[in-house]
Design a protein around this ligand. Structure first.
Ligand code: NI
Length: 186
């Protein structure tokens, strides 16, 4: 197992548009995913995108099957390996054409020590492939939808501060949430 260095905001490698994965189920890919899972676990992250460890590929992992100390109130999200994702925003309810957004707090392992309120689509469909090349097709909402949008933004060189609209709700975690265990935060 190898815990890889997570790149921090300011590193130009976080701003690239990642190309798709073209070969599935290879030793190299499985090794990369193992490293990403180890790295995410060690950092108590809810997700990690390959560009965050300097690998320029459309590959994200996410999931919070147990209580995540960085997101103590978040409902569990299944552990997922997602390659070449496509996100389609959906109306909040069937029969209603309006796309709705929801605002909530986000942090990022590449932006340590900070949190902000970020608007995201409340409901999305996402498709893509797992590491074996098998298709993934899910319709999700809430925190699950937020995590997927956050991680997939990393594949187009977008970090959450670029999505912030209200900068009065952007600050240091220890100031915004003094009760949160600082040792467990990024
Ligand atoms: Ni992030």
């Amino acid at each position: 197992m190898t815990i890889r260095e997570i790149l921090k905001m300011g590193d130009a490698r976080l701003l690239r548009i990642a190309p798709p994965v073209t070969e599935f189920d290879t030793d190299e890919l499985h090794l990369l995913i193992t490293d990403m899972l180890d790295t995410m676990l060690a950092a108590n992250g809810a997700g990690l995108a390959a560009p965050q460890i300097g690998v320029d590929l459309q590959l994200v992992i996410f999931g919070t099957d147990a209580r995540n100390p960085r997101y103590p109130d978040a409902p569990p999200v299944p552990k997922t390996v997602l390659l070449n994702p496509i996100i389609t925003p959906l109306p909040a309810m069937d029969g209603d054409a309006t796309l709705s957004e929801i605002e909530d707090w986000e942090g990022c392992l590449s932006v340590p020590g900070l949190r902000a309120v970020v608007p995201r689509y409340s409901r999305i469909r996402y498709t893509g492939f797992d590491q074996y090349g098998d298709p993934i097709d899910r319709t999700v909402e809430g925190f699950h939808a937020r995590v997927v949008q956050h991680e997939c933004d990393h594949l187009i060189g977008t970090l959450y501060p670029m999505r912030v609209r209200d900068f009065t709700r952007f600050g240091f975690t220890e100031v915004l949430f003094p009760g949160l265990d600082a040792a467990l935060d990024d």
